[in-house]
Design a protein around this ligand. Structure first.
Ligand code: SF4
Length: 63
């Protein structure tokens, strides 16, 4: 699985980080970092929740 981010849509509000802090981090300079290497199936539920809760629909999960 690969997490995709649409940079144009993301407003760096940190909501995804709240739901899946292992994977998402908003930096001090309002940039969203996605730790793809930290993704595992065990985290899938929280990543899916983070994707669902993004108010900008900037995230998606691709096979
Ligand atoms: S929840 Fe969406 S808009 Fe907010 S930081 Fe994450 S990807 Fe960006």
């Amino acid at each position: 699985m690969h997490i995709e981010l649409d940079d144009e849509l993301c407003e760096a509000n940190g909501i995804c980080q709240k739901h899946a802090p292992t994977i998402f981090e908003v930096t001090d300079t309002d940039e969203l970092i996605i730790r793809h290497e930290a993704y595992s199936e065990a985290l899938r539920a929280e990543v899916e929740m983070a994707i669902r809760m993004c108010p900008r629909q900037a995230l998606s999960l691709k096979p």
